[in-house]
Ligand binder design. Sequence first.
Ligand SMILES: Nc1ncnc2c1ncn2[C@@H]1O[C@H](COP(=O)(O)OP(=O)(O)OP(=O)(O)O)[C@@H](O)[C@H]1O
Length: 239
Amino acid sequence: MAEGVSARDAGRGTQEQTDLTAHRVPRPAPPHALQLRDLWLRLGREVILRGVTLDVPAGEGITLLGENGAGKTTLLRLLASGLRPTRGEGRVLGFDLRDGRAVRDLIHLMPVDAGLYPDLTGTENLDFALGMHGQRGDAAGALRRVGLERAAARRTRFLSAGMRKRLALARAHLLARPVTLVDEPFANLDDAGRQLTLELLGDLAGQGVTLVVAAHEPDLARQVAPRALRLAGGKLEEA
Ligand SMILES: Nc1ncnc2c1ncn2[C@@H]1O[C@H](COP(=O)(O)OP(=O)(O)OP(=O)(O)O)[C@@H](O)[C@H]1O
């Protein structure tokens, strides 16, 4: 990443910069969304990741597979700079994983439990997330899209697990961060909810967002994130 380019500018993509300079310099190669080099992670006594190396070009979709306890959630947290690697290097759109501020500006992690504020309403949760990224967006439209109009003024703690999942998906869709990590997006959803998830994640992929989808439903996840990787024994391999 060029010096002086903020994470937020990187998040908006390189189109504007490229257009301004197209007549003077060759168009730069798109940056890798994720670059991991021999990443190790120990939590307590357990070594969860044992030398993970990975290159993900910007815009590529990754389905992350692995048995219960394999380390998928842990890897997503590490990519979102919620955990520090014990050893090794990692970059998100050129920014070092240890640069938490820059990375958090570029990434959105939708956690398995949806990660919403229970005392905020649906609308307030969406508006808060937008504000954190200095973004504007149509919260009401996003709630309509996921069939949660009635949750707009309801505190999130009173929503069902599936409704919370839909709200979290609406938030991820609205934010459309350049790297979007989703942990078990199909869990707790009915058939219509799973279809909606495919549509919203498909929209993000269509916008050039790099998706990493941790899931136990490879056939569903690969529809929006075609490259499948499997975590086993702390190692990451093409599935
Ligand atoms: N804070 C922590 N401290 C110590 N160990 C942890 C911590 N968080 C997770 N682990 C351990 O890391 C391992 C990987 O857990 P993780 O939640 O990443 O697995 P997962 O692949 O997402 O599993 P699942 O499919 O069940 O969601 C587990 O053995 C878990 O006990």
